[in-house]
Write a protein that binds this ligand. Structure first.
Ligand SMILES: [Mn+2]
Length: 378
């Protein structure tokens, strides 16, 4: 014990003791846990140099719950035979304005957690009866590296699609729209059509020298079986983020539907028109739902809000209509809890997913439908 006058020696520091102790504390339990973590999470994409990192995040900052309270698949080698897999992609390094969507997956999981049934009176569907749904947790994201994160996300979506399981990706900013389609495309035997809900056109080649959240559909529609002729953008408008995009959409002959178009022609005619284009010579359809297509009064929790967007009832009706025709997967992006109020944005994102799944069941496109229901009034 130093009396305060002698010179302090290193062996008298707790830090020195801790450095010695650390080695002895590294016991068999830790090693076993590490081995299991690496096996359960699968091998990371090739571009990840640190091979101790896995494809799915196992063991580092795990989500507190699962989407809609479904079972969590810890060992990804066991995935197979399920109908639906919820995949978190908590990446927000593609954000050009206000960040925070890395917390989107956990907010949608928390607000949707439920131990009860998932019955919808309008559809006559109970999702828990009709679908085998699991949550596979989060893709292991590299927060500072967009391209490595793309490789991880695309590989994770491929892993699910390869097993013929319907992927539901919980974003994340809209940059993930590109790797999501890239991961799905090899498993579609023909062209993929894309329904893209957004206030922004998100089809610029780059912003700030990178493939940021304003670029997913430039790169997605460069994929040979995801042609821009089958891209339908719904809800475009406002005063930000669409000038360059409209030029590219014109050059590529994509379809752009504004909020005024929906006002003028009505939701039903827009649905009919969008379905005709998205399915033309296509084998499958993907929904990319940017929550900011919604009026910020109903969805304030997003990085780049634009007043005057769609109303939840319009939006959910469209989701049901596209779901009923069958889909190959969907993503919900740009839910940003730091700007949310009472979780209403996360709740809308979660409900859009449930509406799509329910409509797919009711339409006989996914899972097991009850066929002897009474005749519907309309
Ligand atoms: Mn947007």
């Amino acid at each position: 014990m130093s009396d305060g006058n002698e010179r302090l020696r290193s062996e008298e520091l707790q830090g020195s003791w801790a450095m010695e102790a650390q080695e002895l504390l590294d016991g068999t339990k830790g090693k076993e846990r590490e081995e299991a973590r690496r096996a359960f999470g699968l091998e990371a994409a090739e571009t990840i140099r640190d091979r101790t990192l896995t494809l799915f995040n196992r063991g580092r900052r795990m989500p507190a719950g699962t989407f809609s309270g479904v079972d969590f698949v810890e060992d990804m080698r066991e995935l197979g035979n399920q109908d639906v897999a919820f995949i978190g992609a908590p990446y927000d390094g593609g954000t050009t304005f206000r960040p925070g969507t890395r917390f989107g997956p956990s907010a949608m999981r928390r607000i949707s957690s439920s131990t009860g049934s998932r019955f919808n009176p309008g559809m006559g569907v109970d999702l828990t009866e009709s679908l085998d749904m699991v949550d596979v947790g989060d893709v292991l994201i590299i927060p500072s590296n967009l391209e490595k994160s793309f490789d991880q996300i695309a590989m994770a979506v491929s892993y699910v699609a390869e097993r013929e399981i319907f992927p539901v990706v919980l974003g994340g900013d809209h940059a993930i729209g590109y790797p999501d389609v890239r991961g799905l495309a090899p498993y579609i035997d023909g062209n993929i059509g894309i329904i893209h809900f957004d206030r922004h056109s998100d089809i610029s080649e780059k912003s700030m020298d990178e493939r940021m959240h304003g670029s997913p559909f430039f790169h997605a529609t460069n994929i040979p079986n995801a042609p821009p002729a089958n891209l339908v953008q719904i809800g475009i408008g406002g005063w930000s983020g669409s000038r360059d995009g409209l030029k590219i959409a014109r050059d590529r002959e994509a379809t752009v539907i504004t909020v005024d178009d929906i006002d003028r022609y009505g939701v039903d005619r827009i649905i009919e028109y969008a379905l005709e284009i998205v399915w033309r010579n296509a084998k499958a359809v993907w929904i990319s739902f940017d929550i900011d297509v919604t009026d910020p009064a109903f969805a304030p929790g997003t990085g780049t809000p634009v007043p005057g967007g769609l109303l939840p009832r319009e939006l959910l009706k469209m989701m049901r209509a596209f779901g009923a025709e069958g889909l190959a997967g969907m993503e919900v992006v740009e839910v940003s809890p730091p700007y949310d109020q009472s979780d209403i944005t996360a709740l809308l994102g979660a409900q859009a997913i449930l509406e799509v799944l329910g409509a797919m069941v009711a339409g006989g496109k996914l899972g097991r439908r009850v066929d002897d229901l009474p005749e519907r009034p309309y």
